[in-house]
Design a binder for this molecule. Structure first.
Ligand SMILES: CSC[C@@H](O)[C@@H](O)C(=O)COP(=O)(O)O
Length: 343
């Protein structure tokens, strides 16, 4: 399953706000259109927004071909794409990679070179996720086959296969997965709408649970391990991920259940010392007070929608990357993973 299709000068995104009941592809031919799609969460998930932004910038270069201010305009477009969502570092990371092309290529070849770079970013993501899946299945398979996950980290959140959901897919492929508990993930319901959709397509057994059921599920012994994705991982292992992840990690520790993060090394932000320095996106309160455009709270009720929280590295059993599984102390093991990636 893929939610991103591309060709020179355009990128098509499967509108994730409409899944699972409507399958609507939208075509974009400019960076600003893609930035809006990222902001509106038509495409979401850290690696997926990185890849979408890369194709958005490539499309912009083709649209502006022949413009005397091509480079300045591309730099401005990259800024607007970068600010579409602030927490997922993959977005900035993919754009930095794209902009590195500008210094190596003349104007005439820029559109082709940027498109080729975007394709390389997308292809690398798929290969990376397969490796995360294999490392993750090795380590999580030891704990048992009942897994709890949060948000959506699958093919829809990446280019294909997924990170935490890639681990779950790999466990299923090996025949060791027994059951998945899927947090519904208020308020955008990425678990209930998107993860459930992907698991159903694969024939993987699962139950959706409300986010607040996780503690009871753990206390009942239903959960052998938790695996989640990440939007940004600081140098010390502190991990920003979908709001509610921190709560799960605290619950997992209380119940003695291993808690894993699965993420590509492109989600590591070693320039950021701790989770305190990670920018946390706050989205419109309407997303909490309304559902599918209809009010569920008193009109005018005040609300806050923090899209992510930060789980301290101390609560994380291991961070599964495509270069291996980092274990505490993360200051050392994450630097080693980044080094292996660069090697
Ligand atoms: C492989 S996706 C990893 C994370 O991006 C994912 O867990 C998550 O928090 C997504 O948040 P979203 O707000 O849906 O973009």
């Amino acid at each position: 399953m893929r939610a991103i299709r591309f060709a020179p000068g355009e990128v098509e995104l499967l509108d994730q706000t409409k899944l699972p009941h409507e399958t609507v592809w939208e075509k974009f031919t400019s960076a600003d259109e893609v930035a809006a799609a990222i902001r509106d969460m038509k495409v979401r998930g850290a690696p997926a927004i990185g890849a979408a932004a890369a194709f958005g910038l490539a499309a912009e270069a083709r649209r502006l071909q022949g413009d005397s201010q091509l480079r300045e305009k591309l730099l401005e477009a990259a800024k607007r794409l970068r600010s579409a969502r602030p927490t997922a570092v993959n977005l900035a990371q993919a754009l930095d990679e794209m902009l590195s092309v500008l210094t190596q290529t003349g104007d005439d070849a820029l559109a082709d070179a940027l498109y080729a770079k975007a394709v390389a970013i997308a292809d690398a993501d798929v290969a990376t996720n397969r490796r995360i899946g294999a490392f993750g299945a090795d380590v999580i398979g030891q704990h048992g086959g009942h897994i709890l996950t949060h948000c959506n980290t699958g093919s829809l959140a990446t280019v294909e296969y997924g990170t935490a959901l890639g681990v779950i897919r790999a466990l299923h492929e090996r025949g060791t997965l027994r059951h998945v508990y899927v947090d519904e993930t208020r308020p955008y319901l990425q678990g209930a709408r998107l993860t459930a959709y992907e698991l159903a397509e694969e024939g993987i057994p699962f139950d959706i649970i409300t986010d607040s059921t996780a503690g009871y599920a753990m206390a009942q012994g239903w959960v052998d391990a938790v695996v989640v994705g990440a939007d940004r991982i600081a140098r010390n292992g502190d991990t920003a991920n979908k709001i509610g992840t921190y709560t799960l990690a605290v619950l997992a520790q209380y119940h003695g259940i291993p808690f894993y993060v699965a993420a590509p090394t492109t989600t590591l932000d070693l320039a950021t010392a701790t989770g305190r320095d990670i920018p946390i996106e706050e989205r419109h309160a309407n997303e909490v007070t309304h559902m599918f455009g209809r009010p569920i709270a008193p009109i005018g009720a005040s609300a806050r929608h923090l899209a992510f929280d930060v789980t301290p590295g101390a609560l994380i059993t291991g961070i599964i990357t495509e270069c291996g599984v980092a274990k505490p102390p993360y200051i050392e093991s994450l630097a080693e993973m980044a080094g292996r990636h660069g090697a």
